[in-house]
Design a binder for this molecule. Structure first.
Ligand SMILES: N[C@@H](CCC(=O)N[C@@H](CS)C(=O)NCC(=O)O)C(=O)O
Length: 200
């Protein structure tokens, strides 16, 4: 079998794209990142053709076949590159991970943190000792936390110390720190957008 051809249609500030980047890094899969530069305006033909329903990033192109929606992409990655599984082996563990995945993506972002702090409890990661599916789904979103802290008056460390420790622990992994956009860059971006839209 030849080497996999893996491309990621991406956008630098997108927490959903960051999820896929972390998952590929965890699996040690080499890929080419193709950045969309104008998601609010002119989307590329490749993006429109690859994700005609939502026209959103991320899109994983595996041997030119598009896979869309970040959670779906993570499941796909876990099946195609099974070494170092992201999902737990047992059916119950899988069902819990899928429950949290669904919950994280449906609820208002700041509302989910209380339950996630509780479910993390004293564990290192959401599935115990191993960094996996739910950790990856959530860690992408945390790159936006400092921006929420600066402009939203919420402080993760004060309100959710277990989650704050989990963020520090997760960022200590190279697969995370090298895949995520720096929180400072996101905070500057949010500040710029606020100015652009006259929110101050
Ligand atoms: N549910 C999608 C959300 C993806 C998403 O919201 N992507 C944004 C960037 S963060 C996007 O492509 N926005 C352009 C648009 O909606 O037109 C996923 O999990 O992949």
């Amino acid at each position: 079998m030849g080497k996999d051809d893996v491309k990621l249609l991406s956008m630098w500030a997108s927490p959903f794209c960051m999820r896929v980047k972390v998952a590929l890094a965890e699996k040690d899969v080499a890929y080419e990142e193709i950045l969309e530069s104008d998601l609010m305006g002119a989307k590329t033909e490749l993006l429109i053709k690859s994700n005609p329903v939502h026209k959103q990033v991320p899109v994983l192109l595996h041997d030119d076949k598009p896979v869309v929606e970040s959670t779906n992409i993570l499941t796909y990655i876990d099946e195609v590159w099974p070494a170092k599984p992201l999902l737990p082996a047992c059916a119950y563990g899988k069902s819990r991970a899928r429950f949290w995945a669904d919950y994280i993506d449906r609820k208002e972002f700041l509302d989910i943190l209380m339950y996630l702090d509780g479910t993390l409890g004293e564990q290192d990661y959401f599935n115990g000792d191993t960094f996996g599916f739910v950790d990856i789904l959530l860690i992408g979103l945390t790159s936006w936390f400092p921006a929420f802290e600066k402009y939203g008056g919420f402080k993760v460390e004060d309100e959710y110390p277990k989650l704050a420790a989990w963020i520090t622990r997760s960022y200590a992994r190279e697969t995370v720190s090298e895949s995520l956009t720096s929180p400072e860059k996101i905070t500057n971006f949010v500040g710029m957008m606020r100015q652009m839209y006259g929110i101050e």
